[in-house]
Design a binder for this molecule. Structure first.
Ligand code: WTA
Length: 658
């Protein structure tokens, strides 16, 4: 029986933490001495961990640090794709399964061994070379969750080119702005994707995006859904004709450790997404090291399932690079949690004997809402460790995960990190750390974390403040593509000498860390980062909109949801329109301009917005309104009655939910 939130709180007060089980501790990859070893000399410790990789030239140099610019293992050379694939085959593990790929449709699956993966990557690298891709070129990847997406990423980095994976749920506009920002000259995509049995097209979005991207020379297209697609002769190439006819051998080149490996766009506080870029040696080292200790992977026996999309950093670090460097077997799933029924996930775990599951709190809350009968009806006894990422997890969801999925025996690792950090930074270590429902607990060995007040001073136990990172770490972003000033300004100037993450955090009475969510204008919708300005920008791009203010309001399932306050340019046409229609039109407009994940849950049409005397929109007040809280101080408002008026409008507007 699930407890009510208040009972749970009372109970947590008494129990507070779960000690690691002695059996788990005994066999764990991480032993308690790891903290002392790593923290005594983090740079030396990371250098030792870098030996998880096969270097063509072993680095003799570990860190060059000229704040905010770090270089890790700078005189080392290596090939990322060789480290993920070839070396496992050379070590005699070619027959080991790399991916059990499971399609959206019931019964559709593919098993790909490391030997097969090596051939696929070689063919694709040869095909990309034929298209003209060279070291340093940027290649956009806009793909559904199919094995070819991973193969494309590995083939791109094998050539020393740079992938920029754009989540396939993003619109044509979002895709083109990302292609333009990093001047990608190549795109890898598919004709479409399957979602709960329905084919949805992808290629038309690419065609539309490329109308404004004249530098794109070639598009490689996987046939996934079938059916007609528009074709630009000379530019577009089918994967099954071009890739399949290539040799399955490819001699790789080695690149310096600091060679750029990929760009991943993420929302900041302005309307323009930031192209966070990562380099090779340090990134791969931290992905492999964190994956080894935090998920306690035993490559011979474990089956890891990171239930994320390769369009986000979690997919990069824990579906592709960390697990492949470590040579483990994974499940990769194309569909939604309820493609083929609300028990689909649990059947996947039972059938594939998944041992390690990593997912987001928002998904756990959705699964929890559907009810325990779905997991309870399946044999989940293969599971031995659970992880979460992407947003703060509420204790209720944590407890449900522990009880119904983990059978009260699996340790849970709540892992905090960001696109910018490249790999996990704050987490319990299974077998060592006692866990508390809702807390990410402790910095990973070798990582320096602090919680500081407004002036940058460390807060004491029991106090909250801003999360900062105090030392360089191997997987840290090397910057914002093409914008070093914004990099310095966004992350390194708020607290000089420290990396400012943009998150609030608390140290509890025991000194353990709790993450409290973003403190800037970045919203976290189902674990997806979106900036309020990005959505406002999309809204004011609609001809009927005069002004828009967007806030992230609490939502039981998605963590936060988008609430937009909009004033209209009232043309006679608009005035004649039904308000509900206008609202629907605006919601659809935002989904089209950015992505369906950015579709506002609620839009409130208001004659005015609350502004300070200096003309700034008071988002804090609007957040209070959106979350039905008592309004704070409104004395700096030009017109305090605006807020009351909006509150009244909120009461009368219907919430339109999808
Ligand atoms: C949030 C995802 C609380 C946080 C890997 C961070 C979390 C942002 C956690 C990064 C967690 C991530 N607890 N909050 N365990 N993990 N976050 O770049 O606000 O998509 O700044 O990277 O997600 O999101 P991003």
């Amino acid at each position: 029986m699930a407890m009510t939130e208040s009972k749970l709180e009372a109970w947590l007060d008494e129990t507070r933490s779960f000690a690691p089980s002695p059996e788990f501790a005994q066999q764990a990859n991480a032993q308690p001495s790891i903290y002392d070893e790593a923290n005594a000399d983090p740079v030396a410790w990371w250098r030792k961990e870098a030996d998880r990789l096969t270097w063509t030239t072993a680095p003799t140099h570990s860190l060059d640090w000229d704040l905010p610019n770090a270089k890790w293992f700078s005189d080392g050379t290596l090939n990322a794709s060789y480290n993920c694939v070839d070396r496992h085959v050379e070590a005699g593990k070619g027959d080991k399964v790399a991916y059990h790929w499971i399609g959206d449709a019931e019964g559709e699956s593919r098993t790909i061994t490391y030997a097969e993966l090596k051939k696929m990557v070689a063919r694709t690298a040869n095909a990309l070379t034929e298209l003209g891709v060279k070291s340093g070129d940027r290649v956009a990847v806009y793909m559904p969750m199919i094995p070819e997406a991973v193969v494309a990423m590995l083939a791109i980095v094998r050539l020393g080119a740079v992938h920029s994976v754009v989540f396939a749920g993003f619109s044509a506009d979002a895709l083109s702005s990302r292609i333009l920002d990093s001047d990608c000259q190549f795109v890898v995509t598919a004709d479409g994707a399957f979602r709960r049995g329905t084919a949805s097209p992808l290629k038309p979005a690419v065609d539309e995006a490329l109308e404004s991207c004249p530098n794109v020379k070639a598009v490689l297209v996987v046939r996934r859904t079938g059916g007609d697609v528009d074709w630009v002769e000379g530019r577009d190439h089918w994967w099954h004709t071009l890739v399949d006819r290539q040799s399955d051998q490819h001699a790789y080149e080695s690149f310096p450790s600091e060679h750029t490996m990929f760009i991943m766009y993420t929302s900041g506080t302005t309307a323009k997404p930031k192209g966070i870029f990562h380099t090779t040696g340090g990134y791969l080292t931290q992905c492999a090291t964190t994956h080894h200790y935090i998920f306690d992977v035993k490559p011979e026996t474990d089956v890891c399932w990171t239930a994320a999309d390769i369009g986000w950093v979690t997919g990069h670090s824990y579906i592709v690079y960390g697990p492949l460097v470590n040579g483990v077997t994974q499940v990769m799933y194309e569909g939604l949690p309820d493609s083929g029924g609300k028990d689909r996930w649990w059947r996947i775990i039972e059938q594939n004997k998944v041992t390690i599951l990593y997912t987001a709190p928002t998904t756990i809350r959705t699964l929890m809402k559907w009810g325990p009968q779905y997991p309870d009806g399946n044999d989940l006894s293969s599971l031995r460790l659970l992880g979460t990422v992407g947003e703060p997890i509420n204790p209720q969801a944590w407890m449900w995960y522990r009880e119904h999925i983990g059978g009260n025996r699996c340790p849970i690792v709540d892992t905090w990190w960001q696109t910018e950090t490249g790999a996990i930074m704050i987490t319990p270590l299974p077998g060592i750390t006692s866990t508390k429902p809702g807390a990410a607990m402790t910095p990973f060995p070798g990582i320096g974390v602090d919680v500081v007040d407004n002036d940058g001073n460390s807060v004491g136990n029991g106090e909250g403040g801003y999360l900062v990172i105090t030392n360089p770490w191997p997987a840290m972003t090397r910057g914002i593509y093409g914008d070093p000033e914004r990099f310095q300004e966004t992350y390194w100037s708020r607290f000089p000498g420290k990396y400012f993450a943009g998150d609030g955090a608390k140290r509890d009475e025991d000194g353990d860390l709790w993450l409290l969510g973003r403190i800037d204008d970045v919203m976290n919708i189902s674990g997806h980062r979106l900036s309020t300005t990005e959505v406002e920008h999309a809204l004011v791009g609609h001809p009927a909109v005069a002004e828009a203010a967007v806030v992230g309001a609490f939502d039981e399932t998605t963590g936060q949801a988008i609430v937009a306050f909009v004033t209209l340019k009232l043309t006679a046409d608009d005035a004649a329109k039904d308000q509900v229609l206008v609202i629907e039109e605006l919601r659809t407009h935002v989904a089209k301009v950015i992505s369906p994940i950015a579709r506002p849950r609620q839009i409130i049409l208001t004659p005015d917005l609350p502004k300070t005397r200096s003309g700034k929109i008071m988002r804090r007040l609007l957040r209070d309104v959106a979350e039905n809280r008592q309004l704070g101080d409104v004395t700096t408002l030009t017109d305090p009655t605006v807020v009351n008026m909006i509150s009244e409008l909120m009461g009368t507007e219907s919430t339109s939910e999808d």
